[in-house]
Ligand binder design. Structure first.
Ligand code: ADP
Ligand code: MG
Length: 358
């Protein structure tokens, strides 16, 4: 249904250029529910806006049902009729009633009669649970109700695909689920949708495929199981496991141990990790650096905490070491026993890396 090839978008102003999309390639088939996730500022909104030509692509091809929509001869308004878009901030006309918001475009653009448009409008309001709000103004509705009205308005144009740009992120948390319930229902009815969302549980439940956007491209894509349970690439892993990290690089033996202790304590208290884990990390760092590692070159320490699994790991990398060792110390050394006692596990060194789990 939609094929995107080498889509590129560069924002230019007088002084600088910003490449937001460098090379986006994908296909969206009829009936698919595609979720687009990724850190903010990676171009998710820009991608959706290029799809329906609210934003002009710098280069590349977007084909919809075989028509290249970047061809200037293609009428953008015809295209937008095929594609509905639901925005974070609803974009309802504040001076029109909910029903008038819904019937405006079908009447003016599709030439529907007032009676037909209102009949269909009421069916759609029924479907999104707002039958009794037809005569209300948007200002009389809650955020969740406004967003459901915006979805009904979008459906009134009989789109072939709906693009959602963070449909719940402007909502009070108590109203998120009523909007997600409506989107779930559309998915169950086979509506083709592309959804930018930070609601990970929802994304997991509702999507046929997930695109993880990073660095101006679709960095990794797969089924929700592949992306959330077995991501292949490092940035995807860090994102889905919500990994927070603290990093040190020590050039030589003259490192500031107590300065590091302070930073570890701040990091651990920020994520509520508790005293015993904090002290275990500190003592492990001390033992590793003073007794266990041969200090032959720079050493990197990465403390990683997953807000998803609550796992805390310390990764110790010895640079310039071809076959790293816990040398200067056999496996029975007191220091190593101490570290094993304080942690859940200590990995065998591999490619210069030792991983300690707490
Ligand atoms: P996301 O939706 O993933 O958070 P966006 O697509 O909104 O990301 O934005 C990606 C980047 O493009 C951001 O750095 C943003 O500041 C920039 N950007 C978005 N729209 C414009 C614009 N109209 N002019 C210049 N820069 C823009
Ligand atoms: Mg955005």
């Amino acid at each position: 249904m939609i094929t995107v090839r080498h889509l590129k978008k560069v924002f230019k102003d007088s002084s600088k250029e910003l490449t937001v999309l460098s090379d986006v390639n994908c296909e969206i088939r009829k009936g698919e529910v595609i979720s687009i996730i990724g850190p903010s500022g990676t171009g998710k909104s820009t991608f959706l806006r290029c799809l329906n030509r609210l934003e002009e692509a710098t280069a590349g091809h977007i084909e919809i049902d075989g028509v290249d929509i970047l061809d200037r001869r293609v009428d953008a308004s015809l295209l937008r009729r095929k594609m509905g878009m639901v925005f974070q901030n609803f974009n309802l006309f504040e001076h029109l009633t909910i029903l008038d918001n819904i019937t405006l475009c079908p009447r003016t653009l599709l030439g529907q009669s007032k009676a037909d448009a209102e009949k269909r409008g009421m069916e759609l309001l029924e479907m999104v649970g707002l039958h009794d709000k037809a005569g209300s103004l948007p200002s009389e509705l809650s955020g969740g109700q406004k967003q459901r009205a915006a979805i009904a308005r979008c459906l009134a144009m009989n789109p072939e695909i709906i693009l959602f740009d963070e449909p719940t992120s402007a909502l009070d948390p108590t109203m998120v689920s009523e909007v997600l319930a409506v989107i779930r229902r559309l998915a169950a009815q086979g509506m083709t949708m592309a959804i930018v969302s930070h609601e990970m549980q929802f994304v997991r439940d509702v999507s046929t495929r997930v695109f993880f956007m990073y660095g101006g491209e679709i960095y990794e894509e797969g089924t929700p199981q592949q992306i959330f349970d077995a991501p292949q690439k490092p940035v995807t892993k860090a994102f889905v496991n919500r990994i927070r990290s603290l990093n040190f690089r020590l050039e030589n033996r003259h490192y500031d141990l107590y300065g590091m202790f302070g930073q570890i304590e701040t990091f651990c208290s920020k994520y509520g990790l508790g005293n015993s884990r904090t002290m275990a990390v500190q003592h492990t760092v001390e033992e590793m650096l003073s007794e266990i590692l041969p200090f032959t070159g720079p050493v990197s320490l990465d403390l990683e905490y997953s807000e998803k699994t609550y796992g805390l790991s310390l990764l110790i990398t010895q640079e310039n070491v071809s076959s790293p060792v816990l040398s200067g110390c056999d496996s029975d050394s007191v220091s190593l026993k101490l570290v094993r006692g304080m942690s859940k596990s200590v990995s065998e060194p591999e490619n210069g890396l030792i991983r300690v789990e707490f």
